[in-house]
Design a protein around this ligand. Structure first.
Ligand code: SAH
Ligand code: SF4
Ligand code: F3S
Length: 525
């Protein structure tokens, strides 16, 4: 199947139901594209996000496409041109950026960090909280000035914000100076979309709402010694506060043989660490109809690959089964770090978040993990100020954090997201209360982190040296197997090596250590 045939949905021809186009005029419609004039700007819409489609989870087969390639005629499009991608949000987005970088470079573009030198600028956006979106709208304001100075500059918006009807509407009304708007399901269309934007000089909008497909063999431009590998896409959990199931589509797993082949290749290229990515990696394989193969099985296969460290992000407490714990307890290259977002310590709030586990179930799970892997580092995500959260329910979160003893957690103030069930709940916790709760939680998390780091003093840890410390070139920085940041003195030739080191000092967010030996020639496993 040709890449151009991958289009999963018949395009709508009339987009007026999605957006307020009161001042827009339809210029033409054909099978693929509706062309509007909006405030003097010509806009070609190939497809636009549709929340109704995004909510649907069909049973249709997931198709895996192995024949992606950039057509010959587009492979010279970027010669002499520079691209810049600004990335917001999670590792999933960071990794999508690596894929887009791969495509840009196959088209002859070179990368730049200098906006003034760039011929194409893409904003790969995040929709998780309102402040993430505000940053992007602020940035669009700056880019408008740049575009006025340099009219040939192509500006594109992609990523999770593009999958939201309201955002697309707002961009078309207020930021129509951009040239390109595409979603998370049609990243592989980048070469064609760039070509259309260059060719027409008009704004091209193409956001597919629903995607049952997996595209293999996309080029990827990775850097450094740590690599991300997608094992699955999308999310079917529909936590009531969260936009991700709408922006990333239904859960679909890559075939095990494709994941294993990619990790083997990364090992061959000399990468020291891989992080397996998915919104909830322990749902991996649930969608396979022909084989019984789950995340525990994949981790068992990972442990047989000659790559020093394997991590994963993010696991969901609900699907964390005993087999997975058993496999992780075998250690080897499977490191002792589990990111396990709890969100709240109150069973009532968890219920309204639709997390499908109770406080007690979470505590039982963390005890089980600690019993199997006593030196495990548990980290988490926590939301404060969910609609209706009482003081007492917030206290439940604090006591859970103390009881589990997370080494680290990302903490957030609840942010209503249009179209999610929680956005319809009464957001009755005043902002000052939310801020005060966040402060108390952060103080507790910092105290926990410090205490955990103190416990490491005198212990010997394996550090993967990643680079020079930002503030002091004679100090190197690296990570333990548990992902703790370590500073230690040593020559920069050690960068990329594993060093055994004794912990000498504990700070809240990092530890200091002294090297015990020179690194081995080969990376230690
Ligand atoms: N798939 C991951 C999380 C992805 S989003 C998981 O389920 O664990 C990362 C984190 O952002 C979430 O864990 C949650 O803590 C936070 N988050 C998501 N939606 C939010 C919202 N509307 N307001 C505040 N925080 C939110
Ligand atoms: Fe969002 Fe929940 Fe899915 Fe995580 S599991 S991405 S929080 S809906
Ligand atoms: Fe943001 Fe999308 Fe990731 S909303 S957190 S970039 S999946």
């Amino acid at each position: 199947m040709k890449e151009s045939e991958l289009k999963p949905q018949k395009p709508e021809k009339d987009y007026s139901k999605y957006f307020d186009f009161s001042d827009a005029k339809v210029l033409s419609r054909d099978e693929n594209t509706t062309t509007y004039r909006i405030k003097g700007r010509i806009v070609n819409i190939n497809s636009a996000p549709d929340h109704k489609q995004e909510k649907k989870r069909g049973k249709e087969d997931i198709e895996v496409h192995y024949d992606f390639s950039i057509p010959e005629e587009l492979r010279t499009m970027g010669i002499g041109k520079r691209y810049l991608i600004q990335t917001y949000g999670c590792q999933m987005n960071e990794h999508d950026t690596e894929v887009m970088r791969g495509m840009f470079e196959q088209m002859g573009y070179v990368s730049t960090d200098d906006r003034k030198a760039a011929d194409v600028i893409l904003l790969n956006t995040c929709a998780i909280r309102e402040n993430a979106e505000d940053k992007v709208f602020g940035e669009l304001g700056h880019l408008k000035t740049l575009k006025t100075e340099k009219p040939d500059l192509l500006i594109g918006v992609c990523g999770c914000m593009s999958q939201e009807e309201s955002v697309v509407g707002r961009i078309l009304q207020k930021h129509a100076f951009i040239d390109l708007l595409f979603g998370t399901h049609n990243i592989h269309r980048l070469p064609h979309l760039l070509q259309s934007a260059y060719f027409s000089k008009e704004l091209v909008v193409e956001v597919w709402s629903k995607e049952g497909d997996i595209i293999e063999n996309l080029p990827k431009k990775r850097e450094g010694m740590r690599a991300w590998v997608n094992i699955m896409y999308g999310c079917d959990k529909f936590c009531t506060y969260c936009i991700v199931p709408y922006t990333r589509g239904k859960e679909r797993s890559r075939r095990p043989e494709d994941v294993i082949a990619e990790v083997r290749e990364l090992a061959r290229q000399g990468f020291k660490e891989v992080t397996l990515l998915g919104q909830n990696v322990n749902a991996y394989g649930k969608d396979f109809e022909d084989i019984q193969y789950r995340f525990g099985d994949l981790m068992a296969d990972m442990s047989k690959i000659d790559i020093p460290r394997v991590r994963f992000m993010t696991s969901h407490p609900r699907d964390f089964d005993d087999h997975l714990i058993e496999v992780l307890a075998t250690r080897g290259n499977l490191v002792e770090h589990i990111h396990l977002p709890v969100q709240s310590g109150s069973t009532e709030i968890l219920k309204r978040m639709s997390r499908k586990y109770t406080r007690e179930a979470f505590l039982t799970l963390s005890d089980k993990i600690k019993a199997a892997i006593p030196d495990v580092m548990l980290t988490s995500d926590i939301i404060v100020g969910f609609p209706g959260e009482t003081d007492e329910q917030f206290e439940d979160t604090l006591t859970l954090v103390k009881e589990v003893g997370f080494d680290f957690a990302y903490s957030f103030i609840y942010s209503p997201r249009e179209g999610t069930p929680a956005a319809g709940m009464e957001d009755n916790v005043p902002l000052e209360v939310k801020k005060a709760r966040l402060q108390r939680l952060n103080d507790l998390l910092a105290a926990n982190a410090r205490e955990k780091n103190e416990q490491l003093r005198g212990q010997i840890v394996e550090v993967l040296i990643e680079g020079e410390s930002k503030n002091n070139a004679s100090v190197l920085s690296g990570r333990t197997r548990t992902n703790k940041l370590v500073h230690l003195e040593g020559p920069k030739e050690w960068i990329g090596s594993f060093i055994q080191a004794r912990v000498t000092e504990a700070q809240t967010w990092y530890i200091k250590a002294e090297a015990l030996e020179k690194p081995a020639q080969e990376a230690a496993v």
